[in-house]
Write a protein that binds this ligand. Sequence first.
Ligand SMILES: [Zn+2]
Length: 274
Amino acid sequence: MRFLSSMVLWGALCCGASLTIAQPVAPQLQWLGQSAFRITSPAGKVIVTDPWLRANPLTPPQFKNLEALGKIDVLLVTHGHTDHVADAPDLAKLHQVPLYGPGDMNANMVALGILPPVLAPRFNKSGTVEPAPGIKVTAVRAEHSSPLVWRNAQTGKDETHAGGEPLGFIIELENGFRIWHMGDTGLFGDMKFIAEYYKPNLVLMPIGGNFTMGPQEAAYAARELIKVPQVVPMHYGANPLAKGTPDQFLGYMKDSGIQVHVLKPGEPFPLTSR
Ligand SMILES: [Zn+2]
């Protein structure tokens, strides 16, 4: 209901007399491979998550050029693994947009000179930030790990530093539509609590296995714990060890009543309540 009434409000704004009010746009989601997404909000804000783009085998060529990604209003990183944080510091500096990630990962990014403090704000689980007007992001639990690997320019060697605790994010758009980006996670019982408390409309869920939930665990999470209307699988197809496939996931989700949207990289997907 909240989402529908917000849509009416946006419609009213659209047709109002003032030309200074931003025109609403159709909110959409684009999967860029692994856990990287580009989300366009109803007010035209662009949210980018876990931008592993230049070296990601699934990222369409047009998104490998960081400048061609266009403006970014909100930049989110779930944890310190390279397949999530890779291009985030460069994007933060390119757009002068803060990188929101685990607070202790960001503290080490500042200590190592990867980002200045203004681009590495700190928050942690249950914390909610508003990185752009009307966009609220809450950090929630993910069951994973989060080392921060950094190439020391003086020695030429990789060093592993503490990257805080891994996160998932509840991303609430201006119209109240909520997306749960689960980050990398194994199965845990409090997924049920997170779903009950934050009531996401759509969940971005890892299914590749080996490092995260596989298709069977992800389907259990969706069917038994989260019970969300819509699911988009992610974190598969880019690492040979993560062998889970969308077809396997769809098999376990059969007759669940939950809509599973398997996206092609770069394909725009409209964000609506269903
Ligand atoms: Zn990962």
